[in-house]
Design a protein around this ligand. Structure first.
Ligand code: GLN
Length: 199
């Protein structure tokens, strides 16, 4: 699947190592991204879970914002949990300056605090197939609204939890914490090496 491609994982904070581990399990080269130079030549980017307020601040402190915005407007990008918050169009918390890559509004910690974290097996519709994903919701964001160009790929209790628009995929949950490569594989096949159209 890799054929000389490399996927970056934003490594300012959060669970970036798990994503790198899952990429390597699929034979894809990964690279930690901390400086704008690290984005050069990448074929896609994952923004991991963690703490979106901290990541938002670090993006500015590391002077990454312009380059990230440019990268995400043309290249495949997947945000999980805090990463989803950073890619959203609107966030209910003004401490987060989102990159506005996908037309989705989110509520931080909408599923509750750490103590309310839970595991669920959710059904996603990926490439026309129904696929079960192992999903951990850890202080996960709730989607409060989304635009007409956004596709909902999975819901949990009637609320969208996996969405896509153009080159951008977002999930409010973590699969990379589990022995479940399905969503990483889907991102690589459909968004990075696949046929999905550019915006
Ligand atoms: N609630 C966290 C935030 O707002 C996200 C939690 C996570 O990534 N698991 O950034």
């Amino acid at each position: 699947m890799s054929r000389g491609r490399t996927i970056g994982v934003l490594a300012l904070q959060g669970d970036f190592e798990r994503h790198l581990f899952r990429l390597s399990a699929l034979g894809m080269a990964g690279r930690e991204v901390r400086r704008k130079e690290d984005l050069t030549g990448l074929d896609g980017l994952i923004i991991p879970g963690g703490e979106s307020t901290t990541m938002s601040e670090l993006i500015d402190r590391f002077k990454l914002r312009d380059n990230l915005e440019k990268f995400c407007s043309v290249k495949p990008v997947w945000g999980t949990c805090a990463g989803m918050i950073l890619l959203a169009g609107k966030v209910d918390d003004e401490r987060v300056r989102p990159l506005k890559v996908i037309d989705v509004s989110v509520i931080r910690n909408g599923y509750g605090r750490q103590i309310n974290s839970f595991f669920a097996e959710i059904q996603a519709s990926l490439n026309g197939d129904r696929i079960a994903l192992k999903a951990s919701f850890i202080r996960a964001p709730v989607v409060s609204g989304y635009g007409p160009e956004v596709q909902v790929l999975a819901t949990y209790r009637d609320s969208p939890v996996l969405l896509a628009q153009g080159n951008c995929l977002i999930s409010s949950f973590h699969t990379e914490l589990h022995d479940d490569l399905s969503l990483t594989r889907y991102f690589l096949e459909e968004f990075v090496t696949g046929v999905r159209q550019s915006r």
